[in-house]
Design a protein around this ligand. Structure first.
Ligand SMILES: [Zn+2]
Length: 179
């Protein structure tokens, strides 16, 4: 949606035009409103612009109209976290985030991690004499930090080099396939 920028706030095209007309009637419009370089948006609404990416849904400062702006990844997270609190219009616009598809994505991650744990448990046990399930989280996957601590990688040597030296190439490949 096209918006105006005025005094660090966004306005819908309707309200932006009203503000401009109001300033004009008070004799406060810039000499050449067509040339945006000649005035500051603190003084007179600039626009119209396509609503830009934002960390949250944006609304017209004056009338509250939802401005249909795209979201940053933080914005996606924010909208999703408060999903039930948004009006229907906002939820419809960001439909791609709706919990159903979100849970579907999470479901795929969980299934992927279960499959990794299942497929690699035996060889993990054989190589490290440890249980892979102790290091697998259904969401975040293989916990390399915990594993690194448990195998007691000494300071000054990388986990990769330590595994290679102590457990061999097959162990390095296995850990790579887990992370
Ligand atoms: Zn408005």
């Amino acid at each position: 949606m096209l918006v105006y920028m005025y005094q660090a706030s966004l306005y819908c095209s309707h309200c932006g035009t009203l503000v401009q007309a109001d300033l004009e009637s008070q004799g406060l419009a810039p000499n050449n409103p067509e040339d945006e370089r000649t005035f500051d948006s603190d003084r007179y609404p600039k626009g119209l612009y396509e609503a830009g990416e934002s960390d949250s849904p944006d609304f017209c400062y004056m009338c509250g109209t939802f401005l249909q702006n795209p979201l940053t990844s933080d914005g996606n997270k924010y909208v999703l976290e408060h999903w039930d609190g948004w009006g229907q219009e906002v939820r419809d616009f960001y439909d791609y985030l709706k919990p159903a598809s979100y849970y579907k994505i999470v479901g795929e991650i969980v299934r992927g991690n279960h499959k990794k744990a299942h497929d690699n448990s035996l060889v993990f046990k054989r190589l490290f004499n440890r249980n892979l399930k102790d290091y697998m989280d259904s969401i975040t996957g293989f916990d390399i930090i915990k594993f690194d601590e448990d195998i007691e990688t000494p300071d000054g040597i990388s986990t990769h080099d330590f595994i290679l030296k102590t457990y061999g190439q097959e162990a390095v490949d296995l850990v790579h396939s887990l992370i």
